[in-house]
Write a protein that binds this ligand. Structure first.
Ligand SMILES: NC(=O)c1ccc[n+]([C@@H]2O[C@H](COP(=O)([O-])OP(=O)(O)OC[C@H]3O[C@@H](n4cnc5c(N)ncnc54)[C@H](OP(=O)(O)O)[C@@H]3O)[C@@H](O)[C@H]2O)c1
Length: 272
């Protein structure tokens, strides 16, 4: 499918919806093939003036676009689908960006046969380094998955996963950037504790994070091997690692991601 034939409407263009819109524009998706909807008029004006796209009401979006990318909060999805669900023609593709919501949630509120694809992306989409996981839901074919990939590949890396893994994906890569930012924030504080100026500590840690991430991606080495290369006998690194283990950082991460996964399930249950 050539991308120029598809009109994509981002329904509920908040933070994630805007990331998708701006990423598609950067990748060359024509502005006249993009639509957005927003709840507040001031948000609609902001999007129209920032991106030169048409911001329309939800019904116009449903009538006009072939792909409906739903980017409202999970708690707002039922209300949105009450409004537009029954009117969505079955030849449209619905792409859900909502954390936690199973494709079955949409299927129950859309006409029988409407294809739904579930997508979990993350905020590094802003710099074309997103991690996006894509799952086929009810009635979605390989062609629908390929179309979702065509939209999200320019924003970073895409992977296909069974829908049963999407709550775990949400916990790992959907929320993931927040964990790295927290870690950087804490390490900058540590630099200050050790007497470094904040700006210097920030620069040291940000570049160390980038360098480590590129090595992880490009070397193909296991993280343990990369860590061992920095951990010499009776050296400085092992002293730090002993403290990290003593404070159960590994256990904290296991518990934190389990909590994020559970919260995704809770949001889905509350939205139903
Ligand atoms: N933030 C992340 O890092 C992240 C990552 C992965 C996935 N997600 C998922 O992306 C979705 C959006 O999250 P977000 O952080 O982008 O939230 P957000 O900034 O609040 O965006 C949601 C947008 O939807 C609009 N909206 C709500 N109901 C609407 C309706 N009936 N018609 C039209 N527009 C409507 C809201 O309008 P108002 O502003 O006027 O209320 C808001 O602009 C969520 O389901 C979340 O699970 C988020």
């Amino acid at each position: 499918m050539a991308k120029s034939v598809h009109t994509v409407a981002v329904i509920g263009a908040g933070k994630i919806g805007e990331l998708v819109l701006s990423g598609l524009l950067r990748s060359g998706w024509p502005a006249d093939r993009l639509l957005a909807t927003a709840r507040r008029p001031e948000r609609a004006e902001e999007l129209a003036s920032r991106y030169g796209i048409r911001v329309v009401d939800n019904h116009t979006a449903v009538e006009t676009a072939e792909v409906l990318a739903v980017a409202v909060k999970p708690q707002d999805a039922a209300t949105l689908l009450e409004e537009i669900g029954p009117k969505v023609p079955t030849d449209k593709l619905v792409i859900s960006l909502c954390a936690g919501l199973p494709t079955g949630f949409f299927a129950r509120r859309l006409p029988e046969g409407t294809p739904v694809v579930r997508v979990m992306t993350n905020t590094p989409a802003l710099v074309d380094e997103a991690m996006t996981a894509i799952s086929a839901g009810v009635h979605a074919t390989g062609e629908h998955l390929a179309l979702a990939e065509e939209m999200f590949t320019p924003l970073g890396v895409t992977i296909r996963v069974p829908e049963s893994q999407q709550d775990a994906v949400t916990a790992l890569s959907g929320s993931g950037p927040a964990y790295f930012y927290l870690l950087v924030e804490a390490m900058v504080d540590a630099g200050i504790l050790l007497g470094l100026p904040r700006q210097v500590a920030h620069e040291l840690i940000v570049q160390t994070a980038i360098g480590s991430a590129v090595m992880l991606r490009d070397s193909g080495e296991h993280p343990v091997k990369l860590r061992e290369a920095v951990t010499s006998p009776a050296g400085t690194t092992i002293s730090a690692i002993r403290e990290l283990e003593r404070h159960s950082v590994r256990a904290a991460l296991l518990a934190a991601l389990e909590a994020a996964r559970d919260r995704a399930r809770e949001l889905a249950a509350q939205s139903d």
